[in-house]
Write a protein that binds this ligand. Structure first.
Ligand SMILES: *Cc1c(COP(=O)(O)O)cnc(C)c1O
Length: 384
């Protein structure tokens, strides 16, 4: 069986985890955590980077930092993971969904303005598959209406928009190091990226259970105490040690994935030319990270048939996101503004193929072969 994903492991992770275990500090902000945070601050670069237990937690911190209150409205795409919305719903916000663009599956920047009301507090963008949203337009809208922009860049590490790392363009950004993402901290993990300095001090407090403990450690106060709301948002040191193993090889991992992505693209181009499928689009301002290789087929029925066919032939493929506005919680906490032209339709056509660091060339060739077989030999030869 060719799995859909395998967690990124490059060879040094176990050594670093063992080293962390044997050190006397294994809670948050230990040596590996500091090394990772510095790596992000220097390499993205960004003003401040905080490791968190997950991207979900980083999004929750973002919602607290921009002071989301009951009845505030937050605009986002419906085609996303639940955490994008949940973090804001948890603080009482109403979620306002707008349609996506069919080419990138990202929020349609031209639909945002019509969804803004006096209650709008923020725009949360999701860089699907590590391909950037149209950030210049989105930042202009945010500036015009005085809104915060949070980038859910869970899938976007190593990707760029006009030369800038994803997550460093909005006021705040978040990454995920879940085992399904390009880089992992050994299963679960995340990062909060702070680009607006005003948030740094409060972020330290929020992630330290609402205390000024960080200031205490720096010798700036003589005892630490409860000063604000907060929670426990530090990544444990063993996870940070695993992540360091991935970060050290970040370029190599990225190049490996991009090569696989290109192999799929070239291998399946013929099916696109014949009109059976659609391949992903990478806009010219975007440098992507090959987080996902997806194709779009005719409709839901054909997608189900393709996923089944691949599974029968030892290949795991996956679809993505039931749009949030059609989910029970999405209906309760949100509303869709404008017409759902693409969100539902495009999400039902999307199939993700196996892509991970270490996938073998012959495995990729096998996937290409069976996708072609499905369209060329099967009954499924209707054009899209
Ligand atoms: C994976 C993902 C998340 C959640 O990340 P966790 O680290 O598992 O909390 C949030 N948003 C998007 C777009 C994701 O892909």
């Amino acid at each position: 069986m060719i799995p859909f994903n395998r967690p990124t492991y490059t060879g040094n992770e176990d050594k670093y985890v063992l080293e962390a275990m044997r050190s006397s500090k294994i809670s948050g902000d230990g040596e590996f955590a500091k090394r990772c945070q510095r790596w992000f601050e220097e390499n993205l670069p960004c003003k401040k980077a905080f490791l968190t237990p997950s991207c979900t937690h980083a999004l929750e911190m973002a919602a607290m930092l921009i002071d989301i209150k009951e009845e505030d409205e937050v605009i986002m795409p419906s085609f996303t993971f639940t955490s994008t919305a949940n973090a804001f719903a948890l603080r009482g916000a109403k979620i306002v969904f707008v349609d996506i663009r069919p080419d990138t599956m990202n929020i349609d920047e031209t639909k945002i303005e019509q969804a803004i009301t006096e209650k709008t507090k923020a725009i949360v963008v999701v860089h699907y598959a590590g391909v950037a949203c149209e950030m210049d337009t989105i930042m202009d809208i945010a500036n015009k209406y005085n809104l915060f922009v949070i980038e859910d860049a869970a899938q976007g590490m190593m990707s760029k928009y006009k030369g800038k790392s994803l997550g460093t363009i909005g006021h705040l950004g978040t990454y995920s190091f879940h085992e399904t993402k390009n880089y992992t901290s050994g299963g679960e993990g995340g990062l909060l990226i702070i680009n607006d300095e005003r948030f740094i001090e409060r972020a330290e407090i929020i992630r330290e259970k609402g205390t000024n403990r960080s200031k205490f450690f720096r010798g700036m106060v003589d005892k630490y105490t409860w000063v604000d709301i907060g929670s426990s948002y530090l990544m444990n040191e063993l996870s940070a040690a695993y992540l360091w193993g991935n970060l050290e090889k970040s370029v190599e991992i990225n190049q490996y994935r991009l090569r696989i992505w290109e192999t799929y693209y070239k291998g399946l181009k013929e099916l696109e030319d014949k009109g059976y499928i659609q391949l992903p689009t990478i806009p010219k301002d975007c440098q992507h990270n090959a987080h996902i290789f997806y194709i779009k087929v005719k409709d839901l029925q054909e997608r189900t048939a393709l996923i089944d066919f691949l599974k029968q032939n030892g290949i795991m493929a996956a679809f993505h996101y039931i749009p949030l506005h059609s989910s029970p919680a999405g209906k309760k906490f949100g509303r869709f503004v404008g017409e759902d032209i693409y969100t539902t339709k495009e999400s039902e056509r999307l199939v993700r193929l196996p892509i991970f660091y270490g996938i073998k060339d012959e495995e990729v060739e096998k996937v290409i072969k069976y996708v072609k077989k499905f369209f060329q030999e099967g009954k499924n030869n209707e054009l899209i």
